[in-house]
Write a protein that binds this ligand. Structure first.
Ligand SMILES: C[S@@+](CC[C@H](N)C(=O)[O-])C[C@H]1O[C@@H](n2cnc3c(N)ncnc32)[C@H](O)[C@@H]1O
Length: 249
């Protein structure tokens, strides 16, 4: 989309989930050190994480799948730029329908494709080869939300949309995965993420106050900011679980 049409999409984000640079770098380093030969990212967006991991693991073959063709195109351009397009493929596909397992499975911010976080780890566990890993990222409640708090979030948000962190980890353990690392983001990581998400609209509005779409874009930005600052801030966390599946007996 050009500035003439409206704001960019995800122009201020290098990946599409709340995460500090140091944490992202550590995840890339740990995934690469694991040296997976096959990598699968479900709901990859433009797949910044698998781009960086694939680049670092010679011979690794990766596939990122997503339902958003525009984001997949950004991923393909990144793979070409990094010289790994022959090893990293971006495929338009529904995550819940994928059946080919991998050594490293990644699913960050896309659990809803499967249902709840517990549904997602159950389905994803089946895609992890014996001896493999799952890097799973999803929202977690910092505490059980009240009805009034839920009403201040996105329309339709329910208490069942996310789990508490210990319940999410227990759900992974219940399907045979073991937690190698459990981490949850600090509030500033959400703040940075939401600010960067909104920056596309705010920067565009600053430059295009008289545009035919300005009122609509301003309304969207104001609604999103309210869902964040009056809604989920301090209530919804985000957890990353690095989960291991035992080697075959
Ligand atoms: C919050 S974004 C996270 C993107 C990426 N994992 C990251 O961390 O940068 C969630 C992604 O899931 C994708 N998605 C949503 N439902 C999906 C589905 N049923 N199958 C595949 N991808 C899906 C969206 O298009 C979006 O790119």
């Amino acid at each position: 989309m050009t500035a003439h049409d409206g704001p960019a999409r995800y122009g201020h984000l290098y990946c599409n989930s709340p995460i500090a640079d140091w944490r992202f770098d550590r995840q890339v380093a740990e995934c690469a050190a694991f040296a997976p030969q096959t990598i699968l990212d479900i709901g990859c967006g433009w797949g910044e994480l698998i781009q960086r991991v694939t680049e670092r693991v010679p011979g690794a073959r990766a596939v990122g799948i997503d339902s958003d063709v525009e984001l997949l195109e950004r991923g393909r351009a990144g793979a070409v730029r990094r010289g790994i397009a022959d090893r990293l493929e971006f495929v338009e596909y529904r995550g819940e329908d994928w059946t080919e397992p991998a050594d490293l499975v990644v699913c960050i911010g896309a659990a809803h494709a499967f249902g709840t976080g517990a549904d997602a780890v159950g389905a994803l566990a089946k895609l992890v080869k014996p001896g493999g890993r799952l890097l799973f990222g999803d929202g977690v409640w910092e505490r059980v939300p009240t009805e009034a708090e839920l009403a201040a979030m996105w329309p339709g948000t329910g208490a069942g949309d996310w789990l508490l962190l210990p319940d999410l980890v227990d759900a992974a353990v219940a399907v045979g995965l073991r937690p190698l690392r459990v981490e949850s983001v600090e509030r500033h990581e959400w703040d940075d993420f939401e600010s960067a998400f909104l920056a596309d609209k705010e920067v565009w509005l600053q430059a295009n106050p008289g545009h035919a779409r300005a009122a609509e874009v301003r309304e969207q930005a104001d609604a999103h900011r309210a869902w964040w600052l009056r809604g989920h801030r301090g209530l919804l966390g985000f957890a990353y679980l690095t989960l291991g599946r035992a080697v075959a007996l």
